[in-house]
Design a protein around this ligand. Sequence first.
Ligand code: FAD
Length: 409
Amino acid sequence: MSNQADMIIVGAGLSGLLTAWRCLDVNPDMTVTIIDAAEKIAGDHTWSFNLSDVPTHLHDWINPFIAYQWPRYDVKFPNRKRRLEIPYCTGNSDTLRACVQPFIDNGRLQVKLHRKVEALSEQSVTLKDGGVLRAKCVLDARGFVPNDNVFLGYQKFVGHVIKTPTPHGLKYPVIMDATVEQIGGYRFVYCLPYTETEMLVEDTYYTDGAELSEDMIDRRIADYIKNNLGLETYKVIRREQGVLPITLAVDADKRYPPRNVARQQPIHIGVGGGYYHAVTGYSLPEAVKTAELMSRLIKDAGTDFHQAVMDEMYLHAQDHYEEENFLRLLNRMLFRAARPHERYKVLQRFYGLSEGLIERFYRNRITKKDKLRILAGKPPVAIHKALYNFSEKAFIIRARKRRESEKGL
Ligand SMILES: Cc1cc2nc3c(=O)[nH]c(=O)nc-3n(C[C@H](O)[C@H](O)[C@H](O)COP(=O)(O)OP(=O)(O)OC[C@H]3O[C@@H](n4cnc5c(N)ncnc54)[C@H](O)[C@@H]3O)c2cc1C
């Protein structure tokens, strides 16, 4: 086997590893090198998703990644409580590592750790120590980087995994408990009962700024565990926090360079490529989509897959941008038109819609009819603000002006 792999992936996180795994699975002669600055692949994370986010033909494939699965989940709002019969799943770093381990063992996936990548081009990678690696194709999967051409709100959260001495009594996930006090925007608590005595409790806020007052949220989680879950005795065995991008607008002309310029660049995948759900900030469904697409492109093109992959992934980025037009509009309504203490009403109404629509929404496959259903009825937003924020182009012009005046330009 040659030392030079067919494909180099920079970033051994969720998207990098899912893509490596799927491409190696579908293409038995292929080799991949994956590079990460960290000390281990996959980090220390959990990733949740609706099973329906993953196309049915990939359920067997994704199965070993799933650490926990529940047949249904609940949502709670001041005026709506509902149980959805949508299977919910969580994978984690351990299961992701286990999925790619057979390929590491047979030498088709070469892992290079503690290597910070300084520069990437479409077919080469330059490491911080000056070393250069080449392949037919390079994927940039380095995770989220702020971009001047993308305008964001934020989903911020702190989560505690708790261990209780006796069963905590929660059987199914509560994906949103928005009966809690609404503070600074849309707030909800998310509970995942991993086992009878272990549960993740996460306090989440949809707000305009990225700042996170961790101590205060830690205290609110403790209050929720005591007052809402009725648990007095427990230990916090793991803590996580996150600030996820929620996209309000994208200046597509600048964000997506013309084809001749894009050709010189590596292909971006994962959240760094903008492949996350604009409303939730979650990227697993898009990462699976990309992994499957990459694997099929390589299979169809054969050993000389470079050009086919470059061309199709360019179009894939455009498609994703177009697919999310409506989601970005919804975000502008939620963040800019809805009154902060009433933002929960948008979600309360949404969760009254059909399960099929809810599944399609999270999978980012809503139809025109779904869009009409989502927008129908009296919205809990100020109409003049809704109209003001409707046009993405005008929103971007105003946002740029605001940025410039904040910088004193
Ligand atoms: C706490 C938290 C919880 C989340 N929960 C969910 C969830 O439940 N479901 C969901 O779908 N999404 C979730 N997300 C959102 C998103 O799916 C994750 O952030 C996901 O890990 C993004 O995948 P990625 O591959 O794009 O980037 P990452 O998984 O962040 O991987 C990027 C990798 O690139 C490496 N890297 C970066 N720079 C360099 C460099 N210069 N050289 C070499 N290596 C480099 C990093 O070390 C890292 O390993 C969550 C995010 C957070 C922060």
